[in-house]
Design a protein around this ligand. Sequence first.
Ligand SMILES: Cc1ncc(COP(=O)(O)O)c(C=O)c1O
Length: 393
Amino acid sequence: MSSSSTSTTQRYHQQFPGLVNKAYFNFGGQGPMPKATMEAIYRAYEYVQQQGPFSSKVNDWIQQELAATRGAIATELGATTETIALTENVTAGCNVVLWGIPWQAGDHILLTDCEHPGVIAVVKEIARRFGVRISTCPIMATLNRGNPVGVIEQYLQPTTRLVVLSHVLWNTGQVLPLGDIVQACHSHQGQVPTQVLVDAAQSVGSLPLNLPELGVDFYAFTGHKWFCGPAGVGGLYMSPKALETIQPTYGGWRGITVDSTGLPKAWKADSRRFEVATSAYPLCVGLKESINFHHQWGDATERYAQIVKNSEYLWQGLSLLPKIQCLRTSAPESGLVSFRLKADIPHQQLVQALEQQGFYLRTLVNPDCVRACVHYMTLPEEMDQLIRVLASL
Ligand SMILES: Cc1ncc(COP(=O)(O)O)c(C=O)c1O
C-alpha cells in the first residue's frame, strides 16, 4: 500500500467516531457513520423544527430530500431513480416482494443454503399461507470449487416462481455470479416465469453495481451496513418489468395518487408505490450524506478495489497462522474474511475475548466460523494488530 494512499485513508478513518480506539471488523453487521452524516442528520432535524415541523415548506423539502436520496442510491446501483423505493432495511424490502407476488398453490420458491434467518422465516410463512413449496440448494459448498449457476439450474422446477439468494453470502463472503444466475432463471422453460429476489445486505456499498446490466428483478438492501448510513433507511430496486408483477400488500398515503376530493386514485406509477407513510426523513438525508462521503474517497470501483486489497492482506496474514483456517482457499472477492479456529476455544468465547481487547468481529453458526469484515477505510495497522493477537493464541 503506498504511503500517500495510506495517509488519505487514515484521514478518512479519522472521520468515523465509531472507529476510534478500537479495531472494527463488523461492517457487515453495521457500518459506523462518518461525522458528516451525523451532522447532516442533526441539521435536518433542526431545519424541520425551525421551519415547521409540519408546514408546506418542510413538506416540500421532504419530497426534495426523498427524491435526492433515491437519486443518490440509484446512481450507486447504476439504476434510475424511479426504480428505487425507500424502505427501512433489507428485510423490509424482501417482505415487499415476498408478499407482493400473486402466489398460486403449488408454486415453488428456491432458496440457497446461505440465506439470512429473517428472510427464510418470511418465505416459510408464505409457504404455509399459500401452499407454496420451498427447496434449498447447496451453494455453500461452491465457495472454493464448483459452479453456483449449475447448482441453481439443477434445483429449478417447472413451478419455480422465485429464486431468493444473496449477492454476497453473509457467512462465507462468496460473491455469486449474479448476472449468469439471473440469465439462467429467466431463460428457464417452466410453467411460470422465474424471477430473482436478491438479498443485497452485503453487496450494496461494497461491490460496484449496475443492476439493469445484471438483469435482476428485485434487489433489497440497507444503508446501515457497507454504506455506513444510519440504521433505519434501506431500499428496494425493482426492474420496470418486475414492478408490474407485484402489488403492495402493506401500503399507505406515500404510495398513492389522490383525486380532487382527496380520495385514493391509484398506486403511484413507479417504485414509490411501495413506500408507506411517515418516516424519520432526516435519516434519509444521512444516508445521502454517507454516499456522498464515500464518493469523495473514490468511486464504487475504486472503493471495491481497496476492499479486496484489504481482504487479501488480512486473508494472507491469517492464512499463515497455524491455528487459523480461512474458509477461502484463495483471496476473498469481498470484504468478508471468515475463518475457523483450530485451537480448542469456542468461537463465541474468542469473539468475546477479542472485543474486550478492542477487536470487533462476530461469529456465525453455519458454517461455524468467525467473520472479520474490512472496508476501504480499514487501516493496515488494524489488520496487523488483529493478525498479531490471533497469532498469540
Ligand atoms: C444477508 C443478510 N440479510 C439480511 C440481513 C438483515 O438486515 P436488515 O436488518 O437490514 O434487514 C442481514 C444482516 O446482517 C444480512 O447479513
